[in-house]
Design a protein. Structure first.
Length: 302
């Protein structure tokens, strides 16, 4: 099908903003030119892409499907243009990383500091999302590199560049509010306490559900949140037991864990296998100099 790239570009801007006027401003063309381009594209594709009313514009199912394919293509072209422009000027492109709030706070900050000191001229962008969401950002071409928890059902092993850290997940609770046994507890015993955990669309939650399923236990959390820090805070005030990666508490709780009136890491009879933080990139795209330099700062566990 012979469709001019400019038509897809106009479609992308209208679909992104859901506004013909906003698209015309972004593209520096008239609103009538935007409207005519969309009509031409719809005619070539043989179906409507937008619902148009006097109050709003929305995508049709066909428009939503097309956008899923057009968005990563536009982003890849834009990244290629930016990389060529940046490389010509300084031999470095920008560094755009996708990572969760938790990984950013407890793992990435010192490496970002090192990179910024070594390459102050390189722009750094960070987009926060869950580990599942970061994979989607990578697939859509919105970021150069992601740092995510692994195993990750959404991430292809071919995308993994290197393993940068290993960690274990732990259950924590405040013994000032609950009577915990002196000996190691079973997962079944853990399940009888109020459980606090991340929402279902997270690798940590997915991991815990699979762990319980493996031991033929039902996991019914009392509270679901989107922040490990908030889980820790709520466990401290006695709302329940939280399941968090140990790197969230290594520094923050190092002293308070020794206090019998504060949080306690609960010992288990079952072994919870270790997980990893991995760096991942699109294997089909060349890495710009910034990505290579940043990866060189990160640990490589092989």
């Amino acid at each position: 099908m012979d469709v001019n790239y400019e038509l897809y570009k106009v479609f992308y801007y209208v679909a992104s903003s859901l506004s013909f006027s906003e698209a015309s401003k972004a593209l520096y063309i008239s609103q009538s030119a935007v409207s005519q381009s969309i009509k031409t594209l719809e005619k070539k594709l043989g179906q409507p892409l937008f619902y148009r009313t006097t109050k709003k514009v929305s995508l049709t199912p066909a428009g939503e499907l097309l956008m899923k394919h057009i968005e990563p293509a536009i982003n890849l072209i834009r990244r290629g243009e930016e990389t060529l422009s940046d490389d010509a000027a300084m031999q470095f492109g920008q560094l755009h990383i996708g990572a969760s709030d938790t990984i950013c706070r407890y793992f990435l900050v010192p490496y970002l500091e090192q990179f910024h000191k070594a390459y102050p001229q390189v722009p750094i962008r960070i987009t926060n999302a869950t580990s599942f969401g970061c994979v989607e950002l990578l697939e859509q071409g919105n970021v150069d590199l992601i740092l995510v928890n692994y195993p990750n059902a959404s991430l292809s092993p071919s995308c993994i560049t290197q393993s940068v850290a290993e960690f274990r997940d732990v259950f924590i609770g405040n013994p000032n509010f609950f009577s915990f046994p002196d000996k190691p507890m079973t997962l079944k015993q853990i399940s009888e306490y109020p459980l606090l955990m991340l929402d279902r669309k997270s690798t940590t939650s997915d991991y815990l559900h699979k762990l319980f399923l493996k031991h033929q236990l039902e996991l019914v959390p009392d509270v679901r949140l989107s922040s490990n820090d908030l889980l820790i805070d709520l466990s401290r005030i006695g709302l329940g037991i939280s399941f968090v990666p140990d790197y969230c508490i290594r520094e923050r709780e190092e002293e308070s864990m020794q206090d019998k009136h504060n949080l306690k890491i609960l010992s288990l009879t079952e072994t919870i296998p270790a997980r990893r933080i991995v760096a991942a990139a699109d294997p089909n795209l060349p890495q710009n100099a910034s990505v290579k330099a940043f990866l060189g700062l990160l640990p490589n566990l092989g």
